[in-house]
Design a protein around this ligand. Structure first.
Ligand SMILES: [Mn+2]
Length: 420
């Protein structure tokens, strides 16, 4: 019996519209430590996006190392496997590897290569130990892959409907699973890890950057072979299985990383392996330490209705510290100009225990021009690709092609890495 605990997409250092998530992350990490004990976890799999940015703030790095030290202190025999996500700096994560390795913590940031440039699949293989200290499984720990990580020998068109990137990812996983089969003894399981976008996955528009294995290069579930007992995935923030296979899962993020993720069931996954196969799995819900309120709801309502709802919010003086107050999104349907909307909302929230992170003015009604009343949209509400689309529409009067989008996404990713 081998007990795996799978989590991903912590995004330490995240801010929600400039509000720090530090306290929520601290609450989650303390909760997670308790789960390791409660469920007698043998191996903790962290499937990427440990940090929000390639160059995270020092408090986020401190939280990360404090967690690893505490986990090792509580369960000295715990195996921890960490892969880099697209938000992480591969090099920065790897930098701690020499120190962490001695604690049973395996960090895989970048794809290891020999001096001749060949893939070194052995370095992506991590043995997982059961409670008796025996190797019970081999973990194929593949970090987030960038185009330059893929083998050059891949010929387009042979597999995967002609997408050479998808074929390249498949070839890399094949090589590492093959190396794992060569190492394993009968009775030892194969476990996969990845930070990628799989075919049919459900995206959060607001918080997941499009990546390789993004919309244009969705990976088929078959990159995880049928003898893979469990695949621990990261990138999508909503917990879900992939390709109808119970053993291939996104754990989802432990906290909502965008307002529209408030309805996700935030969780970690506990999977139990018996011999070479998964015996059972269960989702463990992560308690939410700070609520997300959407008033009146995603559809919005006229201002009078919204004002009445805001008046019902609890008063600030009975509601603890401001850092614990709910995040609030207010959605107002307008059928005419309402230039004082922001001020009216702020007045309504005076003395209320809620932190306004987003005010959305939804135009409806008679379709007259409301240009003079356009809601002030903050740049922080836009994703980089939104800016591309707007500029492209203004310059060319059309939408950018998939090729242009793909190049743009890659550029944004490379810029993020340069901060590291
Ligand atoms: Mn993520």
């Amino acid at each position: 019996m081998l007990r795996l605990l799978h989590t991903s997409d912590w995004h330490l250092g995240h801010t929600l519209h400039d509000l720090s998530r530090k306290r929520e992350h601290a609450a989650f990490l303390a909760w997670l430590l308790d789960r390791l004990d409660e469920h007698e976890v043998d191996a903790l799999l962290i499937a990427g996006d440990v940090f929000e940015t390639a160059n995270p703030p020092s408090h986020a790095m401190k939280a990360w190392y404090a967690f690893l030290a505490a986990a090792h202190g509580r369960r000295p025999d715990l195996d921890v496997v960490v892969i880099a996500g697209n938000h992480d700096s591969a090099a920065r994560l790897d930098a701690a590897h020499p120190l962490l390795e001695g604690l049973g913590i395996q960090v895989v940031g970048g794809v290891p290569r020999t001096e001749a440039g060949a893939l070194a699949p052995e370095k992506l293989l991590v043995p997982l130990h059961d409670a008796s200290g025996e190797v019970a499984a081999w973990c194929v720990a593949v970090p987030f892959l960038r185009p330059t990580d893929l083998p050059p020998r891949v010929q387009p068109g042979l597999l995967d409907a002609g997408d050479p990137l998808v074929a390249g990812v498949r070839a890399l996983y094949d090589d590492v699973f093959e190396a794992a089969r060569a190492r394993r003894q009968p009775g030892q399981a194969l476990v996969g890890m990845g930070h990628c976008y799989m075919v049919g996955g459900s995206l959060s528009e607001l918080s997941e950057r499009r990546i390789l294995g993004g919309n244009q290069h969705a990976l088929p579930a078959s990159i995880f072979p049928s003898d893979c007992a469990y695949a621990a995935l990261g990138h999508l923030h909503r917990a879900q299985r992939v390709g109808g296979r119970e053993e291939i899962r996104y754990s989802g993020s432990p906290l909502p990383l965008a307002i529209d993720e408030d309805r996700y069931r935030h969780q970690v996954v506990l999977a139990e392996l018996e011999g070479e196969a998964m015996a059972r799995w269960e989702a463990i819900a992560v308690p939410r330490s700070v609520e997300v309120l959407r008033v009146p709801g995603p559809a919005g309502a006229p201002w009078e209705t919204v004002a009445a709802e805001l008046a019902k919010l609890p008063s600030a003086d009975q509601a603890g510290q401001p850092e614990d107050w709910p995040y609030l999104e207010v959605r107002v349907c307008l059928d005419g100009p309402h230039p004082s909307l922001r001020r009216d909302v702020e007045d309504a929230l005076e003395g209320k225990a809620a932190r306004l992170v987003k005010l959305a003015a939804l135009r409806g009604g008679a379709g007259g021009t409301l240009a003079d009343d356009a809601p002030d949209q903050a740049l922080t509400d836009l994703q980089p690709v939104d800016v591309l689309e707007r500029l492209w529409a203004r310059t060319h009067g059309s939408e950018p092609s998939d090729v242009i989008r793909g190049c743009f996404d890659q550029l944004v990713d490379e810029l993020g890495q340069q901060g590291a």
